[in-house]
Design a protein around this ligand. Structure first.
Ligand code: HEM
Ligand SMILES: [Cu+2]
Length: 568
């Protein structure tokens, strides 16, 4: 015992393991269900506005339909679209999915369920608070809320509360994992639980930027406590948060791809050690790269932009690890199902299962998203695509597909698991996945091309642009085709979700969370891939090193001189 103690993460007496009771599970499922319900409701409004935007760009302006709903401009709609899709749908879904997955991965109830519940309530209150000014056209500042555009204070406080609520949920997860570790000394943390905690730890670091921006600059300014603000400082703090935000969207999809999807196609996790390494590297490298969103900003010296550009290429490494490990894991499954040949095995993947198909299609779209991302991150190439429609083309492949379509796929097992109802129906869900896939393929291809060949600007009413030329037309027709497919796909998704929830067809057999088994269960996972300290300190160090001097400089020269503008 004494010798064993030396290798334990926590020395001392092990606590007695706790397993969840029916009541614990019911509580967890209710909490997850509320989060996911709010997420999907937000998405339903967000996506509808996306369709209006896509149609407007292609010359079909239907905004007069929205006047009775008090949507008064393209930009108010675009703010709703960005906030509801990119911030609300993602954050609430992730928190709900994680709540469910953490408990089932650890097979342990939440350590302090009230903490997690409080987190959800804070997030919900924040959402309502931010929604009111947006709907009243008092916060038409887009989801990046760059000053000197100035929104109503309730918008900033509301969004801050959403972030604070997600912190509280994270604390609930950390307490739970900590309790599990005390009850299981010497055991490796289960993959899904560990990677959930890594994602939430990354989120705690990332959101410090936006918290300082909100509390230090935007809230006092919108309340009139200070007369002006410093746009460059605010933008820098925003992107300190804004880049790791994209990893907050992606890592939950990766957790599903690594830790669940192989199981759904009878595969195994090809290398659990590599998978863990990838997540630790994302913890290290997600934050110190944000200046790659500010290549065009004056006032950030080129050296810093270059350093962040290089570090961004560093994130490519765990991304490649992910690509190869996940594909190898799926190939194992396809071969077990009788797949043959160099590529012929692809046909034997579980394409008939909508949950699987949606996620595999999401991965394929992500390949194109990743390639485009390397172009965005390249200091010089960025100037060609900056602020053109290339950028929305890019992120509809990433957050709009890799993340969103994966979450749809997760919904196709998780909603039946939460409601105890059969999926309504497999055919509709499969059609949903494929229409989203082709819809986004055409939509994003059109926007990429329009941006890089024609320099068409993003965040503009292209349908009304006097500088539009005939050369734009073929690309816009392509995007229109994409938007039509996406509209069909969205209708299918909401039909499946509502149909499943309201269905009277109960499951014959309870659905459990798919958990991929390791290919080689005997292969030990090195302790350095199970330790928090080095990675967490490393992440904090890299963040300080890559941001500290420049932020110090920006604060030192801070000029709170810019008044607020309401240009809408
Ligand atoms: C039916 C599906 C969708 C359609 C047709 C659609 C359409 C559009 C269009 C046309 C724009 C460009 C607006 C402009 O630059 O003027 C846009 C922007 C955007 N979309 Fe979507 N979208 C869809 C789904 C999504 C999803 C699922 C997400 C994220 C989860 C998303 C996130 C965004 C964001 C963050 C912006 C940028 C907003 C801004 O510039 O402030 N979209 N969308
Ligand atoms: Cu970025």
């Amino acid at each position: 015992m004494a010798v064993q103690n030396l290798t334990m993460p926590f020395a001392g007496q092990a606590a007695v393991p706790v397993t969840p009771t029916q009541a614990d599970l019911a509580f967890t499922h209710r909490l997850a269900g509320w989060n996911i319900g709010i997420a999907i409701s937000a998405l339903s409004i967000g996506v509808t506005l996306g369709v209006f935007q896509g149609l407007e760009h292609a010359g079909i302006n239907l905004y007069s339909w929205l006047i009775p709903l008090n949507i008064q401009s393209y930009y108010q709609g675009l703010t709703l679209h960005g906030v509801l899709n990119a911030l609300v749908w993602t954050t609430f879904f992730i928190v709900g999915f994680f709540t469910y997955a953490l408990v089932h991965s650890l097979n342990r109830p939440l350590r302090y369920p009230q903490v997690n519940q409080a987190g959800l309530i804070i997030m919900g209150v924040g959402l309502l608070m931010a929604a009111v000014p947006i709907l009243l056209n008092q916060a038409t500042v887009l989801y990046t809320f760059y000053p000197p555009l100035q929104a109503h204070w309730a918008f900033y406080i509301g969004l801050t509360l959403v972030v604070v609520g997600s912190w509280v949920v994270g604390y609930g997860f950390f307490f739970t994992l900590y309790a599990w570790r005390k009850e299981h000394p010497g055991e490796r943390q289960p993959f899904i639980a560990l990677t959930i905690a890594i994602t939430m730890a990354m989120w705690q670091i990332a959101t410090i930027g936006v918290a300082i921006e909100m509390l230090g600059l935007l809230i006092p300014w919108s309340l009139g406590l200070v007369a002006g603000t410093d746009p460059l400082l605010a933008r820098s703090l925003f992107w300190f948060f804004g880049h790791p935000l994209v990893y907050f969207w992606l890592l939950p999809a990766y957790i599903s791809w690594y830790g669940m999807l192989p199981k759904q196609t009878e595969g195994k996790m090809f290398s659990e050690s590599l998978a863990r390494l990838a997540f630790w590297l994302f913890l290290l490298l997600s934050t110190p790269v944000g200046f790659h969103h500010q290549f065009a900003d004056p006032g950030i010296p080129p050296t810093w932009k270059f350093i962040h550009s290089l570090l961004t290429m560093g994130v490519g490494f765990p991304s490649m690890l992910t690509a190869f490990t996940v594909v190898a894991s799926l190939e194992l499954g396809a071969r077990a199902r009788g797949g043959k040949g160099y590529l012929g095995w692809v046909r034997r993947l579980a394409w008939g299962d909508p949950s699987y198909a949606a996620q595999n299609l999401a991965m394929i779209l992500f390949i194109f998203g990743g390639i485009g991302g390397l172009i965005n991150a390249s200091y010089s190439l960025n100037t060609t695509v900056h602020n053109t429609t290339w950028i929305p083309g890019h992120f509809h492949l990433t957050v709009g597909s890799a993340t969103t379509l994966t979450f749809f796929g997760i919904c196709y097992w998780l909603i039946p698991a939460l409601t105890g109802k059969k999926l309504f129906t497999k055919g509709l869900a499969l059609a949903q996945a494929w229409t989203w896939f082709f819809g986004m393929l055409f939509f994003s291809n059109g926007y990429h091309a329009l941006g890089i060949y024609e320099g068409a600007p993003r965040r503009s009413m292209l349908g009304a642009a006097p500088y539009a030329t005939a050369a734009w037309q073929p690309y816009l027709v392509e995007t229109l085709f994409g938007v039509t497919l996406l509209l069909i796909s969205a209708i299918l998704f909401f039909t499946v979700v509502i149909g499943t929830t309201l269905s009277w067809r109960k499951l014959d057999k309870a659905i459990t969370m798919p958990i991929a088994e390791p290919y080689d269960p005997a292969a030990p996972i090195p302790t350095w891939l199970d330790r928090w300290g080095p990675w967490l300190y490393g992440a904090i160090f890299l963040t300080l090193a890559s941001y500290g001097p420049m932020l110090f400089n920006l604060f030192y020269h801070m000029q709170l001189t810019s008044p607020g503008f309401k240009v809408w």
